[in-house]
Design a protein around this ligand. Structure first.
Ligand SMILES: CC(C)(COP(=O)(O)OP(=O)(O)OC[C@H]1O[C@@H](n2cnc3c(N)ncnc32)[C@H](O)[C@@H]1OP(=O)(O)O)[C@@H](O)C(=O)NCCC(=O)NCCS
Length: 383
């Protein structure tokens, strides 16, 4: 064994990977702030995703002119070529929407591959891609549902476009409000979460923004990260009846099953995003629906798992409840995580910009080598 002169922390726990001024997760207090503003304040009924795009990029709360500017920019930049639309639609019928999205985003990349020469375009490219990724999620949803392509409408906000393209229906104000809130809540979560860390690692190799986003999507897809919202709903479907939830969750916990939507590396209290989502749930979930059954099951999961694991600092995270309100506004289960990706593209792109602004040194951590030391080689004929 030859230690490589390194400190080792499994899962990089307790290691800072960047200095960042974008968002702050305070795990003991259960607080999340973007540029110093609390998540509760910036998900007010009037808040829009475009407003938070401006906040995260500019560092200050925008006035309405700036929000309109972002809205107009998105309308222009979300345009895609016929080929890009066709590829996204084709991928949608071959694979899970998250993988289709990852593939489709990669096809947005340029013909050349040397981002350092173009680093002064990092803001424009980022903003353009946030608009385009949302559009791609809508395209993939239409194709997966066997519908014709029907692209963004003039004057349509990002949230409204997503609801309309995913559900196939004209959105209500409440659906748009919930979509805005979910996009805002999932837009960023410090530089250290797995997908943003991935985005920073890929940025550090001077990759193009499309490569950064598609790598982020890959990291987000796993059930230990963004995929937990889909995994929660799949579990609720398996449980089926709310009155059977307590017994089934107890059984799963006895088997040491990791309940999706529960636990967090940083939060040791209830995730503040789930409190905002639960407030919205009271408005958007109507009684005697599948979503209300699933929400009831989620509440039972919270009760049973908190009784068993709360003393160890394990509580519900954002994914225990987010799926229930996605479901209540008509989003199919396998589009929960792609929507998370559409939201988090904002965080990835602002983190990319921040990393370039701070010098962008390549990530190259070490290892503790635990393999064999030098051994004598034997030719294949002698073995
Ligand atoms: C989020 C998560 C990946 C954090 O992982 P982590 O910080 O590495 O924590 P660990 O997986 O090492 O868990 C520590 C202990 O808590 C237990 N635990 C953690 N999350 C649990 C869960 N969701 N259900 C049951 N037990 C859980 C582990 O079994 C482990 O117990 P042990 O010490 O007896 O072996 C983990 O809590 C998890 O897998 N949660 C479910 C997936 C999820 O919701 N992800 C979205 C996060 S926003």
């Amino acid at each position: 064994m030859a230690p490589d002169n390194q400190n080792f922390s499994e899962g990089l726990e307790g290691i800072a990977i960047a200095e960042s001024a974008i968002s702050l997760v305070e795990g003991e207090e259960g607080r999340l702030t973007y540029r110093g503003y609390s998540i509760e304040d910036i998900t007010s009924p009037e808040s829009t995703f475009e407003e938070i795009v401006a906040l995260l990029y500019d560092g200050t709360l925008p006035n309405s002119d700036r929000v309109n500017e972002i809205q107009q920019l998105f309308e222009k930049e979300r345009e895609l070529s016929d080929g890009q639309i066709e590829i996204a639609r084709r991928a949608a019928i071959e694979t899970h929407p998250m993988f289709a999205l990852q593939a489709a985003v990669a096809t947005l990349g340029p013909m050349d591959n040397d981002f350092e020469q173009k680093v002064d375009t990092v803001t424009d490219r980022g903003l353009s891609l946030i608009a385009k990724v949302g559009h791609l999620v809508g395209i993939i949803a239409q194709a997966a549902d066997g519908r014709e392509y029907s692209g963004p409408l003039k004057g349509e906000s990002h949230a409204s476009m997503l609801v309309r393209m995913i559900t196939g229906e004209t959105p209500t104000d409440l659906q748009v409000r919930v979509m805005n809130a979910l996009l805002i809540l999932q837009a960023d979560h410090s530089a250290g979460n797995a997908s943003t860390f991935t985005a920073r690692v890929v940025t550090s190799t001077k990759s193009e923004p499309e490569a950064v986003i598609s790598a982020g999507i890959g990291a987000l897809s796993g059930p230990a990260h963004g995929g937990a919202n889909e995994a929660s709903l799949r579990l609720f479907e398996r449980i089926g009846k709310p009155d059977e939830a307590e017994a089934k969750i107890t059984e799963l916990l006895d088997e040491k099953f990791k309940i999706p939507g529960f636990g967090h590396r940083v939060y040791h209290v209830k995730d503040p995003r789930s409190k905002v989502i639960q407030q919205l749930a009271t408005e958007v979930i109507t009684e005697n629906t599948l979503a209300s059954d699933h929400y009831e099951i989620a509440l039972t999961v919270e009760k049973v798992a908190t009784e068993r694991l709360g003393h160890r600092g394990l509580f519900p995270n954002v994914d225990l409840f987010s799926g229930c309100i996605f479901e209540a506004i008509g989003v199919p289960i396998d589009f929960f995580t792609p929507l998370f990706a559409a939201a988090r593209t904002l965080g990835w792109m602002v983190n990319m910009q921040e990393q370039w602004d701070s010098g962008n040194r390549i990530f190259r951590p070490g290892q503790i080598y635990v393999g064999e030391s030098y051994r004598e080689y034997t030719n294949i004929t002698d073995r």
